[in-house]
Design a protein around this ligand. Structure first.
Ligand code: ATP
Ligand code: MG
Length: 557
């Protein structure tokens, strides 16, 4: 496509610049966002082309595409270099016979090679299956077997956790170190496989908070969702240095760590190594990160480290976002008081392929709320028959289907897929929420987590948030414990902050604190102090299901 044609498209697309939410929310059409992609011109698309090659063609080849930082190691690559390396990987995959639609898994630490491998797979029309680097044998095996992956790109270290003999579909294992060392053949013809919007792009397994992870297949059309939410929610600007802390093995790490920022031509940060507050702050200061997307569990860890952030120059930051779990108001207040910035919560799921409920940069934030529906998205709060409830009532959080990012299928499980669409025209999230008069949506828990005590429905999140406002409480997980009279009682598991010692008096004080500041019926009747709360591996979500299981086991022991 010529620069002139591209500018023409941009001119049309420019008409939907986000000035304010109320202005666009009723007029925005997804079709407008599609105009940013080459698909709009040609009817054919490829996500790897749109994220990298296109910027090179448009004259941005020398712009920094990524900064990589791991301990003392530093590396930066331009869009030219990322394109070049992606072509190299893509050629190697082709030489190994990879075909359109094949599932190619990528099991690599958070390094440039991980991002480049994913793009190379997509470039030749295959489906990328990124795996989180901390997965052990079982997790790796289950996922590759589930969708019959034929090729795996990994490294000499992680391959030790690949039980090859238990994965019969796996024909080829490629090592990133070896691909890097191969001589790079001069590009012959373009390696881009032009595909349809409905063709498979990436398969992500859910976090497993509520059971066995599901293989969620996304199509190339999700890019329409990625590009526009990157522009509006991440608010990507030309000079941004954007850091998403999630690994591409999770949907946040691919959609908002790779696709959305690169579709919008941002410079991204790839950070290797484990979480350490000092390193995170140091990274922001050194690379002058402007935009930072992370998760409540990480923010809570930073918060619990006290004031060390004062030793770093964090003045480059202008926009912070959060996803994955309820964002406790306490955390919002901490960032506001200490960093001078509001954290913008976003709500979406692996299955939804992109943001659905968001806080746009210039809109009012209500702590405790996840924000408002993204333009083009309609939220419904439904009762158990699928009828819409009036504003202010708690019910099933549902979204009018479809939208561009919505999953294409759950791999090999039609019944599971259909279970999201029980009520005509709606996608059911499995979360409970209420929506206020102004359209703000408040998370109340997962459907399975809701506590029913003496006829009152109590969402665990509100109780947890109140608990951690108490100075002694570091983290909290709240569940319903079966009770012969009340049906269930509210039981809280808490961890204490350093310096606090468990005592009857302290627990009573915490209980009264919730009673006084939240409500009598939601105050935990039982509080148990634990060393740590069970969480999903690394995505770090509190596993209420585990807490509840433990309670049930104790009761029946
Ligand atoms: P599984 O589906 O395997 O049980 P999971 O639901 O945790 O795992 P994800 O798709 O990673 O897998 O997470 C989506 C879920 O995360 C949402 O359904 C919701 O419960 C929670 N979530 C995401 N963002 C937010 C948010 N901003 N506030 C509250 N909860 C959130
Ligand atoms: Mg889920």
């Amino acid at each position: 496509m010529s620069a002139k044609e591209i500018n023409e498209i941009k001119a049309i697309a420019g008409s939907y610049n986000l000035e304010n939410y109320d202005q666009v929310k009723d007029t925005f059409e997804w079709e407008d966002a599609a105009k940013e992609l080459s698909y709009f011109q040609t009817g054919k698309v490829n996500a790897a082309y749109e994220t990298i090659d296109r910027h090179v063609e448009e004259g941005y080849g020398d712009k920094i595409a990524l900064h990589y930082i791991n301990g003392d190691e530093r590396k930066s690559l331009t869009f030219n270099e990322v394109k070049h390396q992606t072509d190299h990987y893509a050629q190697v995959l082709k030489d190994h016979g990879v075909q359109k639609g094949d599932r190619v898994f990528v099991f690599l630490p958070k390094t440039p090679a991980c991002y480049i491998s994913i793009l190379a797979v997509i470039k030749i029309g295959a489906i990328a299956g990124p795996l989180f680097e901390a997965f052990m044998e079982e997790a790796v095996k289950d996922r590759i077997n589930d969708c019959k992956g034929t090729v795996l790109i990994t490294d000499k270290e992680l391959v030790k956790r690949v039980p090859q003999k238990d994965i019969p579909s796996l024909e080829t294992i490629l090592f990133a170190e070896e691909i890097d060392a191969l001589p790079q053949a001069p590009a012959k013809e373009s390696l881009v496989e032009w595909v349809d919007l409905e063709d498979g792009l990436i398969i992500h397994y859910t976090s497993g908070s509520t059971g066995k992870p599901k293989g969620v297949l996304h199509a190339h059309r999700s890019m329409i969702h990625h590009i526009i939410s990157g522009k509006w929610v991440l608010d990507i600007q030309e000079d941004d240095v954007y850091w998403c802390t999630s690994h591409p093995g999770w949907v946040t790490g691919s959609v908002y760590g790779l696709f959305a920022p690169w579709l919008n031509r941002a410079t991204i940060v790839i950070q290797g190594g484990r979480f350490k507050a000092e390193n995170w702050y140091q990274l922001i200061a050194e690379l002058k990160v402007t935009t930072w997307y992370s998760a409540p569990t990480a923010f809570r860890m930073l918060l619990s480290q006290g004031e060390i952030f004062k030793e770093y120059d964090l003045s480059s930051l202008r926009h912070i976002l959060s996803v994955g779990e309820p964002l406790n108001p306490e955390v919002i207040h901490w960032a506001w008081n200490n960093l001078g910035l509001r954290i913008h919560d976003t709500w979406w799921m692996t299955e939804t392929g992109g943001h659905l409920i968001v806080n746009l940069p210039n809109e009012k934030i209500k702590p405790g709320s996840m924000g408002r529906p993204f333009p083009g998205i309609t939220v419904g709060i439904l009762d158990s028959e699928g009828n819409e409830l009036p504003r202010g009532s708690v019910g099933q959080l549902a979204i009018r289907a479809p939208w561009p990012g919505l999953m294409k299928e759950i791999w090999g499980n039609k019944d599971k897929f259909n279970s999201y669409f029980l009520y005509e025209g709606w996608y059911i999230s499995g979360d409970l929420a209420l929506q206020d008069e102004e359209g703000y949506v408040f998370f109340q828990g997962r459907s399975d987590d809701m506590i029913n005590s003496a006829g009152e429905r109590i969402g665990p999140f509100e109780v947890e948030s109140k608990l951690i406002e108490h100075p002694a409480v570091s983290e909290a997980g709240v569940v319903g414990k079966p009770d012969p009279i009340r049906g269930e009682i509210v039981k809280a598991f808490i961890t204490l902050r350093t310096g606090f010692v468990e005592s009857e008096a302290l627990l009573e004080e915490i209980r009264l604190f919730v009673r006084k500041n939240l409500s009598a019926h939601a105050a935990p009747r039982e509080i148990e102090v634990v060393d740590e709360l069970p969480k999903t591996k690394i995505s770090g979500k509190i596993l209420r299901r585990k807490l509840k299981e433990q309670e049930l086991q104790k009761l029946h022991a």
